[in-house]
Design a protein around this ligand. Sequence first.
Ligand SMILES: Nc1ncnc2c1ncn2[C@@H]1O[C@H](COP(=O)(O)OP(=O)(O)O)[C@@H](O)[C@H]1O
Ligand SMILES: [Mg+2]
Length: 328
Amino acid sequence: MAKNELKELSPPRKQPAMPEGFRQLKTQVAGHTFEESNAEAVGLLQDPTAGCVLKPMGKPECGERELRFYESLAAAGASGDNDLALLRGHVPRFYGPLKLVVNRRERTFLRLEDLTRGMSQPCVMDVKMGKRTWDPESSPNKRKLEEAKYVMCKQKLGLCLPGFQVYLPKDAEEEEEEKKEHPTILRHGKDYGKSLNVEGFKQTMALFFNASTSDSKTRRVGTELLLKEVLRQLQAILSWFQRQRLLHFYASSLLICYDYSRLANSNTQKSLLNGHHRLEKDDDPANWVRVRMIDFAHVYPADRALPDENYLFGLRSLIEVVQSILHR
Ligand SMILES: Nc1ncnc2c1ncn2[C@@H]1O[C@H](COP(=O)(O)OP(=O)(O)O)[C@@H](O)[C@H]1O
Ligand SMILES: [Mg+2]
C-alpha cells in the first residue's frame, strides 16, 4: 500500500475528545473523517453497546436534507405498502438525532443502525452510485469538480469507489493455521479509487469478495454464498428503484458489509457440502452480509416524477460486475 494511502486511512494519533461510551468508527472507509490538525473535522462515532453509529450533520443544507430524508421515511405509512415505507428495508434503521460534545463543541449527530454490528472481521466497501454525482442545486464550479473525479469508472460504469477495507488470508506460504487465525487487513481510500479504470474496478471488487484469493474449497463455498447474498440484496434494491417515482439520489452510496470470519465458518460449509440446503438460522448469509443504501445528503424529489435513471444505470452495472465474478 502506498504511504499516503496509509496516512489517508489511519485514525489520527491524537484521539479526539469523545463522550463516555462512544469511540471513533474504526470501520469508516470513506466520507468526512477526523483530522489530527483540525478539531472542527468530525467523522462517524460508534456506540458499540447500542449497535449504532453516529453521523455528524455536516454542512447545514446537507445535514438537514439527510435528517429530513430519514424523518420522512420514519413517518411513511406503517402498513409498509407505499414506496417510502418499503425503502426503510434498504437503509440503516434510524434512531433520531442526538446532540453530543466532541472536541469541546456541541454537534448534532444522526443515530443510525451500525451495519457492521456483530461482525468480528468486518469487510466494508463504499460504492458511490451514478454517472452524475452533483445535485440540481450545485454551482457550475461544484459540477465541474465532481465531473473531474473518478472519471474512468464513473463515466463507463456509473460507479466509483471512495474506499474499502477487506480481510484477506495471509500469503500462501504461511502455515494453514496461521492463515486462519491472522488474516491481513487491506484498506484503501479515495486516491486508490480515483486511479482505477473499469478493469481495475472489477479486479478490486473480486478482491473485496475474496474471490481472487479463494484458495481453499471451504472458502470458495463461503465466497459463493456471499456473492449470491449480495446479488439477492442488490436485486431487491433494483426492484425498488424500478418502481419508485418519488426520489432522485445524487452522490449516494451503497455500503456492502460482510464478516470475513463467516466465509470459512464450519457450520455454513458443512451444511452446504453435505447438500443440506436449509441453513441454521444463524448461518443464513442475511445475518453476516448487509448491502444498504447510505449517504442521503443530496436526495431530491424526483424530477417530473421520472425514475432515477442515473442511479439505476450504476446499480445495473454493479449487478453485472458481481454476476461476472460469480460466474467466472
Ligand atoms: N450505518 C452505517 N453503518 C456502518 N458504517 C457506516 C454507516 N453509515 C456510514 N458508515 C461509514 O461511514 C462512511 C461515510 O458515511 P457517509 O454517510 O457516506 O458520510 P459522508 O456524508 O461524510 O460521505 C461510509 O463509507 C461507511 O464506512
Ligand atoms: Mg459518503
